[in-house]
Ligand binder design. Structure first.
Ligand SMILES: NC(=O)C1=CN([C@@H]2O[C@H](COP(=O)(O)OP(=O)(O)OC[C@H]3O[C@@H](n4cnc5c(N)ncnc54)[C@H](O)[C@@H]3O)[C@@H](O)[C@H]2O)[C@@H](O)CC1
Ligand SMILES: Nc1ncnc2c1ncn2[C@@H]1O[C@H](COP(=O)(O)OP(=O)(O)O)[C@@H](O)[C@H]1O
Ligand SMILES: [K+]
Length: 504
């Protein structure tokens, strides 16, 4: 599914209005109804509601929401913040519709800001996607007072003060919302770790923006829905055999870290690979043979570290490399050999990323359109350097993808996938229970298995990250977030794939 910028959202509004022959106030009414539907489900009629409105259409939404909640018998107070002479036309219309119902209070000075007790349910309708400069002055005073209260704040469309698709300047005040209810589609800003404290728990409510516009508009930003993942997943053929589903090679594990190889191998097998071979340092040979009987195991001549490539390497159709490897010189040399000689698709994780990051020569020998990197933020920083903020980091990541014609899966909540063409796909599954050692190794195994099965590198990243998070979400239901370990994620892969196949 596409993510739209603020400008595209505006175009979508205009297109929808024209296509349906409605007015912009009709669309505002629809948006406010969608918000109110969510609000009514969440908060009881007995709640006291304060709505803070800014001068634009976000404030207009706030006025309509106030009217609808008042009609439903909530106790509602409306506060108009700032200069109400310069308001948007739809705001004006709705102010007239509201004013005969109940009086509104104006806030132009700090002493007019009301006391906000903990029990008040605040609706933040100060600014939405039209914010074009940092929030200062009386608006900032209101934002600060709301943030300092312990009231529950629900933001309409956006937490006021945050830019929807670029870095907010540091001098601007930003609402710290408990909930953010966005219209039609999530905003890029919601998916970035730096905004967690502002966006809170976000939900999207449909407002019937034109499907035609959304399907035709050009974008390089996407988020993965369940249907997107289902569309990618391929059925297994009746007369198929293991040779059809690929032969993967995993180069993982080191002395004291053979578990990483076990985790990657088990996840790879649980993700549909036809055949799996691992090569591990000789100290790990019997561990792998015992822990993962379904996989074939080769023993490296070195007892502790990866030091050589398998002799008949051509027979594999993908190589997953990195988890548990360590960064010994001998391993670095072996990775150098792999990069300069291999014609394989490569899934590169963990220490293999760290090794490549440390050498411009290795970076220069990366084969084009063959590599998926799966770094966590620290590994990404080693690979591409430090970035000032989440927006710059995504830009820098895409520049790297373009320069080296590779894919990068930046792991975290809403893992972000960058492609050589400059597209970004955000994941929508996963939970903080997965913030535990070894879950990344599981992801390496999954993506390696998908590449083995002839999914394109882009498909393998999108589906792999989605199903990994989905397995984590299913694990959450049985073990919770505190006790979750990486094996729980693998143990729920069967259910996750079946869920995508609509078999469970
Ligand atoms: N028909 C439509 O266009 C629809 C718009 N919708 C709502 O409209 C919002 C966007 O509305 P607008 O484009 O009017 O924008 P906003 O309501 O976000 O704010 C823009 C207004 O605030 C002023 N402004 C911007 N930054 C400021 C700052 N830092 N300090 C003081 N004033 C500032 C601008 O000059 C402008 O008057 C969406 O977020 C959504 O809530 C929804 O009603 C759906 C339909
Ligand atoms: N808070 C979170 N929400 C969702 N997913 C998470 C969260 N924390 C971690 N994960 C997922 O767990 C995995 C952790 O990978 P990584 O940091 O490489 O761990 P390790 O190296 O220990 O295996 C990633 O796929 C990441 O997306
Ligand atoms: K808002």
């Amino acid at each position: 599914m596409k993510l739209l910028t603020a400008a595209q959202t505006k175009e979508a509004d205009t297109f929808t209005i024209k296509e349906e022959g409605i007015t912009s106030t009709d669309l505002m009414e629809r948006a406010a109804k969608a918000f109110t539907g969510w609000f009514e489900n969440k908060f009881q009629l007995s709640e006291e509601v304060y709505v803070f409105c800014g001068p634009g259409n976000n404030g207009g939404d706030g006025l309509v929401v106030a009217r609808l909640l008042h009609q439903r018998k909530y106790s509602v107070k409306v506060f108009l913040v700032g200069d109400t002479e310069k308001v948007s036309p739809d705001f004006k219309i709705n102010l007239e519709r509201w004013s005969d119902k109940l009086s509104t209070k104006h806030i132009t000075e700090v002493n007019q800001i009301p006391e906000i007790s903990q029990s008040i349910k605040v609706i933040d309708a100060l600014f939405g996607t039209g914010l074009n400069r940092p929030v200062t002055g009386i608006y900032a005073d209101v934002v600060e007072k709301l943030n300092a209260s312990s009231a529950c704040i629900t933001s309409i469309d956006m937490p006021s003060g945050i830019y929807s698709d670029s870095q907010t300047p540091p001098e601007g005040a930003i609402i710290k919302a408990t909930y953010t209810i966005s219209f039609q589609l999530p905003k890029l800003a919601f998916l970035l770790p730096q905004h967690e404290a502002y966006v809170g728990e976000w939900h999207v409510v449909p407002i019937g923006l034109s499907d035609k516009f959304i399907s035709e508009v050009e974008t390089d930003l996407y988020f993965t829905t369940h249907q997107d993942a289902q569309r990618i997943l391929k059925p297994r053929k009746k007369f198929s055999h293991k040779g059809i589903y690929g032969h993967a090679l995993l180069l993982c594990g080191g002395f004291g870290k053979m578990g990483a190889a076990v985790l990657a191998a088990r996840a790879c097998l649980r993700s549909g690979v036809g055949l799996l071979t691992l090569q591990v340092p000789s100290a790990g040979y019997s561990i792998l043979q015992t822990a993962v009987p379904e996989a074939m195991t080769l023993s490296d001549k070195n007892r502790k570290h990866l030091s050589e490539l398998p002799q008949d390497i051509e027979k594999y159709n993908v190589i997953g490399i990195g988890p548990g490897l360590g960064t010994e010189r001998v391993t670095k040399t072996t990775i150098g050999q792999l990069l300069s000689t291999s014609t394989h698709n490569l899934v590169i994780d963990a220490d293999a990323i760290n090794i490549i990051a440390s050498s411009e020569k290795l970076k220069a020998s990366l084969p084009k359109n063959k590599v998926i990197f799966t770094p966590h933020p620290k590994e990404l920083e080693r690979l591409i350097g430090k970035s000032n903020n989440d927006y710059d980091r995504l830009r820098d990541m895409l520049e790297f993808c373009h320069e080296y014609q590779c894919y990068i899966v930046l792991k975290g909540n809403n893992s972000a996938i960058g492609t050589p063409e400059g597209n970004l796909y955000f994941n929508t599954t996963g939970n903080p229970g997965m913030a535990t050692g070894g879950t990344g190794d599981v992801l390496t195994g999954i993506i390696t298995a998908l590449v083995a099965q002839n999914y394109t590198l882009e498909e393998a990243c999108i589906l792999g990250v989605y199903v990994h998070g989905l397995a984590g979400d299913l694990a959450l239901k049985s073990v919770g977030d505190i006790a979750m370990i990486a094996s729980d994620v693998t143990d729920h892969l069967p259910q996750a794939f079946m869920h995508l196949q609509q078999l469970s």
